[in-house]
Write a protein that binds this ligand. Structure first.
Ligand code: ARG
Length: 467
């Protein structure tokens, strides 16, 4: 272990034995990860405390040394938390920064901490702990977003709006139904998060460099102390594996895609041309030269953050795809991708939750739009099938002629006089006008999962019981 005369500049205090001189400046720069992996300090210290406790329990180090190590590590934890820790790039990463400081604090006993472990299992542990906590946070944030949607859906279970396909008016739906579509998406994202937590809930520590260790360690003990379900089963896989990080990134990318579609809809809906929603001042900005403008910047940035998250996923997949087992230094590049994506995802979910909760819904605009564009044409066709016994294909044809006629007259279907409709098909009666309103159209779609307010309320109840 380092004594007072060891100079980290001339040769590294962790492996100085074999090295006569220190690294070139560029080597130090490309090699160091402390600039970003210092984020793992709490996990690193927790892992080391669990490891040292296990080593003492197994009689591998003395209880006295363990006490010194644990005390020293707790001191370092408060030094870092209070901003009184000097990180050194010469010490490369968080693991060596902590260990070097421990040596200064407690002397030679510090050198016993790294018994039966390697930085390979250490970093795998720290990073897993970090990703696990991030997934737990994501789970909670998605629950908050779902709750926001459930409230809006309940409020608007009967508010009609146009449903779109190809962004062309298709059939009337309720805004509550549309909100519940997002609840389904974010519900699946949350299920993916829960699965990912289960997948990664195995403790890497004790895999050592790659082959395990000859010391009589107890990996079940450290796994339990660190809140993992069990230890990982294969030491080579343990130090090679980063799929827990890639899984986080893919979940983030999928959730990001959902958030981005929602963002896009909010951008469209908040244009003066649509006017379906008005964003609160808290989630929009003005223009420096055009006083009339209210810009949906938060939604646009959610859309853009999704691009960043996708970039991180592709970057880490690409970093990992060519690596032989077990550890390679390439893997150090995993962290920035995950940290950056996590920050983007958290921001995107938080901003979206705020926007959904705060936005004003203009039900009058939605209703007017719902009735335009011949959105009840399918209802007319269905009426002809049900009441006049026409095959659907014929009914479709008759309806098409009615739409063409309305279009040429510049009116809605409901505004065509009965004589016009009867000229197209003699079996049409004035009862048909009951289904040509958007409310009737929506109320009739009672099939399971459909847009009728009664069905939307059923969907809300399903999710309320699960949120
Ligand atoms: N800073 C390294 C990383 O993030 C820690 C592991 C280093 N292991 C090694 N064998 N050089 O991956």
């Amino acid at each position: 272990m380092a004594d007072d005369t060891t100079d980290t500049k001339s040769s590294n205090q962790m492996w100085g034995g074999r090295f006569a001189s220190g690294p070139d400046a560029i080597m130090e720069e490309i090699n160091a990860s402390i600039g970003f992996d210092k984020k793992l300090f709490a996990q690193d210290i927790r892992g080391s405390i669990a490891h040292a406790t296990m080593l003492a329990h197994q009689g591998i180090i003395s209880a006295d040394d363990k006490d010194k190590i644990v005390h020293g590590l707790n001191t370092i934890l408060s030094e870092i938390e209070s901003g009184n820790f000097e990180f050194s790039r010469q010490l490369e990463d968080i693991h060596m920064n902590v260990e070097a400081r421990l040596a200064t604090l407690i002397g030679p006993a510090a050198g016993r901490l790294h018994t039966a472990r390697s930085r390979n299992d250490q970093v795998a542990l720290d990073f897993r702990l970090w990703v696990k906590e991030e997934l737990q946070k994501t789970e909670q944030m998605l629950t908050g977003l779902i709750a926001a949607f459930l409230d809006r859906a309940e409020e608007h279970a009967e508010s009609v709006m146009p449903g779109f396909t190809h962004l062309q008016t298709a059939q009337p739906v309720t805004f509550g139904h549309h909100c519940m579509a997002y609840v389904e998406m974010f519900g699946r994202d949350r299920a993916r998060v829960r699965h990912a937590i289960e997948h990664l809930d195995e403790s890497p520590i004790g895999a050592a460099a790659l082959a395990g260790t000859g010391y009589p360690i107890d990996r079940h003990m450290t796994a339990k102390a660190l809140g993992f379900r069990e230890p990982t089963r294969n030491s080579i896989d343990t130090v090679s594996d980063r799929d827990f990080a890639i899984e986080f990134l893919s979940i983030a990318a999928i959730a990001g895609m959902h958030l981005s579609r929602l963002a896009e809809e909010i951008v469209i809906w908040s244009t003066p041309q649509f006017g379906f929603v008005r964003l609160s001042d808290a989630f929009s900005t003005g223009s420096s030269i055009m006083p009339q403008k209210k810009n949906p910047d938060a939604a646009e940035l959610v859309r853009a953050k999704t691009g960043r998250i996708n970039g991180s996923l592709v970057a880490l997949l690409t970093i990992m795809k060519g690596l032989p087992l077990a550890y390679s230094k390439d893997m150090q590049e995993d962290k920035e991708q995950v940290f950056d994506a996590a920050e983007s995802l958290e921001l995107a979910i938080a901003a979206m939750t705020g926007m959904v909760r705060d936005m004003t819904v203009n039900t009058a605009r939605m209703k007017a739009a719902a009735g335009s564009g011949y959105s009840t044409a399918t209802d007319l066709a269905d009426w002809l099938v049900r009441e006049a016994g026409l095959p659907f294909r014929d009914a479709h044809h008759v309806t098409g002629r009615a739409v063409a006629l309305a279009e040429s007259k510049g009116c809605d279907l409901a505004e065509l006089p009965l004589s016009d409709l009867q000229a197209i098909h003699p079996d049409i009666t004035d009862k048909v006008y009951d289904v040509l309103t958007v409310e009737a159209s929506v109320a009739s779609r009672k099939s399971f999962g459909g847009t009728a307010p009664s069905e939307v309320r059923r969907q809300i109840a399903f999710w309320r019981a699960r949120n």
